[in-house]
Design a protein around this ligand. Structure first.
Ligand SMILES: Nc1ncnc2c1ncn2[C@@H]1O[C@H](COP(=O)(O)OP(=O)(O)OP(=O)(O)O)[C@@H](O)[C@H]1O
Ligand SMILES: NC(=O)c1ccc[n+]([C@@H]2O[C@H](COP(=O)(O)O)[C@@H](O)[C@H]2O)c1
Length: 258
């Protein structure tokens, strides 16, 4: 795929990236969660923790970084607040609740919508081409595999006609791969049936404690004046209150813009 466009005065975040691998016998991977995050919830953050446990117990991978990549304002979706606020809330949540998650604002601040295949190429470029991947304990340089982290509702859309191009599916699932978190309401085996040719690159992560917090429900609660405490980090709630966000779903795209 061609090189994705760049954002002026942008620096790829690496402050929590593990540059030296802990276990050289494992393949280094970076998890990238693409989504609206309007707003980010505890479930979005917990997806990464579920992935860590699954990867450690069931795979030969070592996670060296985790990124949230909020979609740009050009992605048309109800309740999508401006990328400025969504990036801020993701950054607050990652910095305050996690020791390893980062937020990459590149996708969010693109003037045009970027397909997920292009977003994963951006991560591959920044990590492997620009920075040379990671170093093993013996000082050897090694490429990092970029993997998509998503809920099973997202993978279900991959077998819906017209949502993803065949070339993008081959690029995402053939080249990179995906860790899929089971989500209540989606039949995971049905969702992945049509993607059988990439089965070796799709890792299904069962949710052992079902939690179906969604951004939609959080927005609904906010509009009704109900508490969202313990659904999203308190720093995110404070930010929403300070900025008067999500009071009206209809004007979320316009009035909350900076
Ligand atoms: N409860 C959940 N269980 C599993 N995956 C989830 C859950 N909530 C969100 N995700 C995943 O998180 C990623 C980001 O999704 P997104 O920002 O669209 O969240 P959302 O809460 O579903 O949003 P909305 O309610 O606005 O549609 C997607 O891959 C989605 O599948
Ligand atoms: N063709 C594509 O690249 C494609 C299609 C559908 C969703 N997505 C991505 O999936 C993520 C989540 O989308 P929803 O919020 O619509 O579930 C977004 O980051 C979006 O960019 C990508």
């Amino acid at each position: 795929m061609s090189r994705p466009p760049s954002v002026p005065s942008y620096t790829f975040p690496t402050h929590r990236f593990r540059h030296v691998q802990r276990d050289s016998s494992r393949t280094p991977i970076v998890l990238v969660a693409c989504g609206s995050f309007s707003p980010v919830t505890y479930l979005h953050l917990r997806m990464f923790e579920m992935a860590v446990d699954h990867v450690r117990q069931n795979t030969e991978f070592e996670i060296v970084g985790g990124y949230l990549s909020p979609v740009s304002d050009k992605y048309v979706k109800p309740g999508l607040l401006s990328s400025y606020h969504r990036v801020k809330m993701c950054a607050l949540a990652s910095e305050e609740t996690s020791s390893w998650l980062m937020v990459d604002p590149w996708e969010a601040f693109q003037p045009e919508y970027q397909r997920t295949a292009v977003v994963l190429d951006h991560f591959d470029h920044e990590i492997n081409t620009v920075r040379g991947g990671v170093i093993t304990a013996d000082g050897e340089k090694r490429s990092v595999r970029v993997m998509l982290l998503a809920g099973s509702d997202l993978i279900a859309t991959m077998s819906e006609p017209g949502v993803w191009s065949p070339a993008d599916l081959e690029h995402i699932l053939g080249k990179y791969g995906a860790l899929i978190i089971e989500r209540a309401g989606t039949d995971v085996s049905a969702a992945t049936e049509a993607l059988a040719q990439w089965r070796h690159n799709i890792y299904l992560v069962p949710q052992m404690i079902f939690n179906d917090v969604s951004s939609t429900k959080v927005r609904l609660f906010l509009r009704r004046g109900l508490s969202v405490r313990y659904l999203t980090p308190s720093c995110v709630i404070d930010y929403i209150e300070e900025n008067g966000l999500y009071l009206d779903e209809a004007d979320a795209q316009t009035s909350a813009k900076r």
